[in-house]
Design a protein around this ligand. Structure first.
Ligand SMILES: CC(=O)SCCNC(=O)CCNC(=O)[C@H](O)C(C)(C)COP(=O)(O)OP(=O)(O)OC[C@H]1O[C@@H](n2cnc3c(N)ncnc32)[C@H](O)[C@@H]1OP(=O)(O)O
Ligand SMILES: CC(C)C(=O)C(=O)O
Length: 512
């Protein structure tokens, strides 16, 4: 029968040890409420002895957050344990979590005591915590670098003293999966009393192996795993909750284990933690990164559109993400472009689609990502013919680094030639202002893109503009060997679209 794995979330304690991630009481409460919705089994809410505010934050969580066990961390000293108890006492199910280093490195260099003294301190602290609280977790800090026989003795002794959970941390992320899994297995064999308590692991990510080590431990008998949202935590972080949970879900048959996490809350929780702690999630982060369900290359997009199982092992909706994203780039193909155009309501015949595709490639080579707005512009420019209310005739500019640029532009309207001049922040700005004077309308420039369509110093320049007029967006394109003239032509082209729309001539966009 599949085993239940208990999720101990330490985002609010180890996660909060990230420099700059300090949370106040209100923020901790908000995250704790969300962790409860996510369905974690234990919330380690803080380290109450560390500051009066943290004590109050842990207390508030203990009072208000229902469902999970609420744990507070304490060193193996009475004062810490007293404060931890004061903080977690109001919880429905409180837990005191006591820890002490067990490796010779920690004992000799940091704690400066011998193994026997530390063993006695471990036992005494568990007994002391037990006077307050039935549920006491004991962590053998730096377990993965601890002499194994000594580790077994400590584990045995703290269970005898009353520990209900024994946690084996890979404090400095030193372990590797086979070795760590083997250690958990051997520990169970050597300390049968572990069968009466919860065996937990807590892995750090210094070698990028925190999740792999955690999964190896699960395979070898760990019941509880300690982890954080987005894998945040001291140094390189902790094992990422979302990765462990989804690995167990996606590869259920391999692990024969499950968690009670409501996976649909994963993405919301990740966003909340990232926002409140002000720690961005790297785009390629598994499960919750912005690219985790984004497909940008043509072959993958084609596969996804035919059947999403070709390139997706997780359904985005299972982790609370609305849908996968098809990102249009220069590496995209026709299948993805056609799909995106259809999503935007364009269903083009073959010849027109091919024209749009060629211009799309052209734009994609200049931009990292082609947005929906870009696509609409491309379709408009390729397929819409508008009557020319104004026709570009000529322009002159005066510009230089010691004068305010000035332009004079002439447009033709019917039989009439109209010339206007304006100053601007640059020559292009001066030209745009002159055009606005002629057409007696102002526009907000939303996007402006210029490129050479041929090579050499006499290259043909192509300007694309997107402008806002009366709250609507209009695109324009212009070409000329002179980039300022190309810009002027693009601006006039956008205005002509506006005037056409005003006359109700939108319908010239022909799609088939
Ligand atoms: C692996 C982990 O992530 S453990 C958790 C790490 N998190 C934190 O440290 C955040 C909260 N910490 C704090 O606010 C402070 O460090 C406090 C309040 C705990 C202690 O502050 P201070 O009393 O000023 O001590 P300081 O931080 O300088 O040094 C730590 C002391 O605790 C001792 N200590 C460390 N771990 C333990 C332990 N598990 N049990 C008992 N004593 C311990 C150290 O030996 C040292 O004492 P010493 O100076 O007598 O040798
Ligand atoms: C307190 C313990 C569990 C810890 O954070 C560690 O060893 O990394």
């Amino acid at each position: 029968m599949a085993r239940r794995i208990y999720i101990f979330d330490t985002t609010l304690r180890d996660g909060e040890q990230v420099p700059g991630a300090k949370l106040n009481k209100r923020q901790k409460l908000e995250i704790a409420e969300q962790l409860a919705r996510l369905g974690v089994d234990v919330i380690e809410a803080g380290f109450p002895c560390s500051s009066p505010e943290d004590l109050q934050a842990v207390k508030a969580i203990a009072e208000q957050v229902k469902g999970p066990v609420i744990a507070g961390l304490a060193r193996a000293v009475q004062q810490d344990i007293d404060l931890a108890w004061e903080a977690v006492k109001p919880a429905e199910r409180p837990r005191i979590h006591v820890f002490l280093g067990s490796s010779d490195i920690h004992l000799q260099k940091k704690l400066r005591r011998d193994r026997e003294t530390a063993l006695q301190q471990a036992v005494d602290s568990v007994k002391y915590a037990k006077r307050y609280c039935q549920d006491v977790e004991y962590s053998t800090e730096d377990a993965s670098r601890t002499d194994f026989d000594y580790l077994c003795r400590v584990v045995e002794a703290v269970i005898k003293a009353g520990a209900t959970v024994v946690n084996i941390p890979d404090t400095v992320g030193y372990a590797i999966p086979d070795e760590f899994g083997e250690m958990i297995k051997k520990l169970r064999e050597r300390v049968p009393a572990l069968d009466r308590v919860t065996l937990s692991v807590h892995c750090h990510n210094d070698l990028g192996l925190a999740v792999a080590n955690t999964l190896a431990a699960i395979r070898n008998g760990a019941d509880q795993v300690e982890c954080t949202i987005n894998g945040i935590g001291e140094r390189a972080g902790n094992a990422a909750l979302e990765e462990i949970v989804m690995a167990l879900k996606v590869r259920q048959a391999s692990f024969d284990a499950y968690t009670n996490i409501n996976t649909k809350e994963i993405y919301r929780t990740s966003r909340m933690v990232s926002r409140i702690m002000n720690i961005p999630v790297q785009p390629n982060k598994a499960i919750v990164g912005s690219n985790a369900f984004a497909h940008s290359s043509g072959i993958h997009q084609d596969g996804i559109l035919k059947d999403r199982s070709t390139y997706e092992i997780i359904r985005p909706e299972d982790v609370g993400i609305k849908d996968h994203k098809l990102v249009l780039t220069a590496r995209s193909g026709r299948a993805a472009l056609r799909h995106q155009l259809q999503q935007l309501g364009f269903s083009l015949g073959e010849e027109k689609f091919e024209r749009v595709y060629q211009r799309f490639l052209n734009v994609a080579d200049r931009k990292k990502e082609v947005s929906s707005e870009d696509l609409v512009t491309i379709v408009e420019i390729e397929l819409t013919k508008v009557p020319e209310t104004y026709t570009f005739h000529s322009l002159q500019i005066m510009s230089g680094n010691t004068i305010t640029p000035m332009a004079s532009v002439t447009l033709i309207k019917g039989e009439e030639k109209i010339t206007e001049s304006a100053l601007g922040n640059g020559p292009v700005d001066a030209v745009f202002k002159s055009i606005e004077k002629i057409v007696r309308k102002t526009a907000k420039l939303r996007d402006y893109d210029l490129k050479a369509v041929t090579t050499g110093t006499d290259a043909l320049g192509e300007a694309m503009v997107r402008v806002e007029i009366d709250g609507m967006i209009y695109s324009g394109i212009g070409t000329s060997p002179d980039v300022i003239e190309a810009s002027a032509r693009a601006y006039v082209n956008a205005f002509n679209r506006y005037f056409a729309a005003k006359k109700g001539i939108n319908g010239v966009l022909s799609l088939d």
